[in-house]
Design a binder for this molecule. Structure first.
Ligand SMILES: *Cc1c(COP(=O)(O)O)cnc(C)c1O
Length: 389
């Protein structure tokens, strides 16, 4: 009999942790409950119309129908460098320090193939975006979790990484503003991380997908604003959250030219770059006035305020997020993450993500996403007011 034997790397990927909550969701819907789904980190708002208009023009142009350059069109790389200069005052060489990606997830997932050999360690935040861990596993490496604890403002304590693991680590993934905890990092933390990684020859990969979604005057930093960053690392960026372009699949990585070139070497062997029409639409996005993202922040701000006022009435103590479109909520005593997510769903019809789905240190928390419509968020806030713990 023919046998389909999956690779160990596929078998090692943990089972879908949210299967249980999906089951409960389906049960509630079958019973006629009007479920408000706050699990998804996918912007609900449309892509701005000028980006769509550019796409319509670009798709008609036959020069865009050929294979693109694997590192991205020169014009798009220049637009990225200009955007970094305007937004962060960071200088980038568009020839060597910028690479265009098919969404930043693509670059994050491929990067470890360039640096991790069998048995090497990669340091990953816990809780964290699941791709960091799986990409290290897929490359034959061993993920080492760095707990992000509330008492440490959800920053990893690098001094706690055991010496033996430091010496065998090749990569450190960081992500601020952070998914799922919504924490931000200051210059001091990045300086510490750079010093640590320089001492141990560890490459920093900073995932900066949420730098434009923030709620106070202090704008989130690019890691590359910090002295020494370009020597040890790169930064991933995405158009998905900033310009509501999640489905378009376009992002980029910037920073150290050798690291960028190594990622490019992997990509030449796997994909053939991002559709040129999408890159031209991406140029339109990056050339927009920086102030245009303000409207987006105002929408998330309103939703955040609604949810926070609903949560206040429940008596739960929750810090309002400083950035991202997530609320990271400690569950009340006596509940696990899954139990509280289930309780919330049963009592209010609000579906949230149990924090342990993002890693063991996420246990004791749930994540609420603000990517449902403002109307639905308003309804969720009203329902929260009647929640009994
Ligand atoms: C959404 C998200 C991404 C993925 O962005 P794409 O560019 O759409 O692939 C990367 N990192 C984090 C932390 C995210 O939440």
């Amino acid at each position: 009999m023919f046998r389909i034997e999956k690779s160990r790397r596929i078998k090692e990927v943990p089972p879908y942790l949210f299967a249980e909550i999906d089951k409960i969701k389906a049960e509630q819907i079958a019973r006629g409950v009007d479920v408000i789904d706050l699990t998804i980190g996918d912007p609900d708002l449309p892509t701005p119309s000028d980006i769509i208009s550019q796409m319509k023009k670009s798709i008609e142009d036959p020069k865009n129908h050929a294979y693109p350059s694997y590192i991205g069109m020169p014009e798009m790389r220049q637009a990225v460098a200009k955007w970094y200069q305007n937004r962060f005052k960071v200088k980038l060489d568009p020839e060597t320090e910028v690479i265009i990606l098919i969404g930043s997830k693509e670059g994050i997932a491929h990067l470890p193939l360039a640096f991790i050999d069998n048995g090497d360690y990669g340091l990953v935040p816990d809780p964290g975006y699941p791709v960091y861990k799986t990409s290290i596993l897929f490359a034959g490496g061993i993920p080492h979790f760095l707990p992000l604890l509330k008492e440490n403002h959800y920053l990893p304590d690098l001094d706690k990484v055991p010496q033996a693991i430091r010496n065998k680590s090749k990569l450190l993934f960081l992500n601020y503003p952070n998914n799922p905890t919504s924490a931000t990092a200051g210059k001091e933390f990045f300086e510490q991380a750079i010093a640590f990684c320089r001492n141990h020859n560890i490459i920093i990969c900073h995932d900066a997908a949420y730098t434009e979604i923030y709620f106070n005057e202090k704008k989130p930093l690019s890691f590359l604003e910090v002295e020494g960053a370009k020597e040890v690392g790169i930064e991933f960026h995405s158009l998905s959250k900033t310009f509501n372009m999640a489905g378009w699949r376009i992002g980029f990585a910037v920073g150290n030219s050798e690291i960028i070139a190594a990622l490019g070497q992997i990509k030449t062997n796997i994909d053939s770059g991002c559709f040129k029409a999408i890159q031209e639409a991406g140029i339109t996005a990056l050339q927009k006035d920086l102030s245009e993202t303000k409207k987006l922040r105002e929408i998330y701000q309103e939703r955040k305020d609604l949810i926070m006022s609903g949560l206040k009435k429940t008596g739960l103590e929750v810090e309002p997020p400083a950035a991202t479109f997530y609320v990271w909520l400690p569950v009340p005593d006596g509940y696990t993450s899954m139990e509280f997510a289930t309780h919330l769903l049963n009592q209010t019809g609000i579906l949230t993500t149990p924090g342990n789905g993002f890693g063991p240190s996420g246990e004791g928390f749930i994540r609420m996403s603000l990517t449902a419509s403002t109307e639905r968020i308003k309804e969720a806030a009203n329902r929260l007011a009647s929640l009994s713990l």
